[in-house]
Design a binder for this molecule. Structure first.
Ligand code: PLP
Length: 405
């Protein structure tokens, strides 16, 4: 893969900060966007902007076709059985809120149990807690081992006749751990329990096949996979989506409305109230085209090379570094602390050297508590990062640790 050619498609990567070349290593928070996606957004506003599913006029039909083409493209990309199982949302967060509110509200009642894991992003904790306050079920939590892997013995032991649902991330946004979701789903299904998967950190980095996983629900965000912001996807098995009540009410999601009785639209529109971000949705097609043009496996392999190289250099050259998450096969995320230095100070100083990394709790406070820390520094990689940038990062961190130490 010629990364240098790829980088030309991302104008932001040639920015300079404080007189240095930007090294963007905050890809788990959001990836940068290639020209083709930006052009699709511009075209959406300058050529085809009209509300979708509402007009007989040509522009509306074109906009509708672009949105529905994106739905078919997403379905193919994750191997859903049908585009009707693809619901567009604002992001992973809204997708998980939708499942919790609609499906969770249906299956979880007082005395029931939901299984989560300690490595979940707040987006896969708080929606369930909001529901818990109304429904009074119990949340059981799978802990992690010191290497940052789920304790599968505990997971298996948590199932009982009150277990109604499991919700788990495919890959951790802090540890990089790729959870064995296929076997976790098989275990849950053996107990008759459906599984929701938060795929926000998996879809950008590895091939995902929702049918091979047998996931009941699978959520992810476009902005973390070279796509536009404000667009997310919820995949749900038709058998579930058909049974679930709508999440929000409004235009688009109805069949007929009267004050006596309102009936709802067919899938997937039953779950898409109001005017969607049809421009962004259409642009998601181009993000998928980008990923497939490069090759999802090639993206994965390249990021793994950067991960192995950077990890080796960090361990050899930064005294006192502690890397959180050392599971084999983890995705290209390195969360760390150095000695007693504060994560925020390190992040600030790295920024002054042109290196963009994340600091803080990474929206995973329970996981921070499990490791006994308040925050970490996180470097996360994408397909356009280079070995040269990994060197720049390690060299900058050496300087920063020397300055602080
Ligand atoms: N889940 C995981 C694992 C994440 O990493 C993130 C974002 O960082 C989210 C959920 C929330 O995604 P969004 O903010 O796009 O809704």
């Amino acid at each position: 893969m010629n990364v240098m050619n790829l980088r030309d498609e991302f104008p932001i990567l040639s920015r300079e900060l404080y007189g240095r070349k930007l090294v963007y290593l905050d890809n788990s928070a959001t990836t940068q966007t290639p020209d083709s996606v930006v052009k699709a957004i511009t075209d959406g506003y300058t050529r085809t902007k009209a509300n979708v599913h509402r007009g007989v006029h040509t522009l509306s039909q074109e906009a509708t076709e672009l949105q529905e083409r994106a739905r078919r493209r997403v379905a193919e990309f994750i191997n859903a059985s049908s585009h009707e199982e693809i619901i567009f949302t604002r992001g992973t967060t809204e997708a998980l809120n939708l499942v919790a509110s609609s499906m969770g509200g249906m299956v979880l009642g007082e005395g029931d149990e939901l299984i989560l894991t300690v490595m979940e992003h707040h987006s896969n904790i708080v929606p369930w807690q909001l529901l818990q306050a109304r429904k009074g079920f119990r949340i059981r939590v799978v802990p992690v081992t010191p290497s940052g892997e789920l304790d599968m013995d505990v997971y298996r032991s948590l199932f009982n006749d009150r277990t109604r649902l499991v919700s788990v991330c495919h890959a951790s946004n802090v540890l990089g751990t790729v959870n064995p979701v296929a076997s976790m789903i098989a275990e849950a299904h053996a107990h008759g329990v459906p599984v929701v998967v938060d795929g926000a950190q998996a879809v950008p980095h590895m091939p995902v096949d929702v049918r091979a996983l047998d996931a009941d629900f699978y959520a992810f965000s476009a902005h973390k996979m070279y796509g536009p912001t404000g667009i997310g996807v919820l995949y749900g098995k038709r058998e579930w989506l058909e049974k679930m009540p709508p999440y929000q009410g409004g235009g688009e999601m109805i069949e007929t409305v009267s004050f006596e009785k309102t009936t709802f639209a067919e899938l997937p529109f039953k779950f898409e109230a109001g005017t969607p971000d049809f421009v962004g949705i259409a642009a998601l097609t181009h993000a998928i085209d980008f990923m497939e043009r490069v090759g999802v496996q090639a993206i994965h392999d390249h990021e793994q090379e950067l991960l192995a190289y950077t990890t080796r250099r960090l361990l050899e050259e930064i005294p006192g570094i502690r890397i959180f998450g050392t599971a084999p096969g983890k995705c290209a995320i390195i969360s760390f602390l150095v000695g007693h230095e504060h994560h925020y100070d390190m992040g600030m100083l790295l920024d002054k050297l042109g290196i963009a990394v994340r600091t803080g709790h990474h929206c995973a406070q329970p996981l921070m508590h499990a490791f006994g820390v308040e925050g970490m520094v996180r470097a996360s990689f994408a397909v356009y990062n280079t070995i040269h940038e990994c060197d720049a990062f390690v060299d900058a961190l050496k300087r920063v640790s020397a300055m602080l130490g």
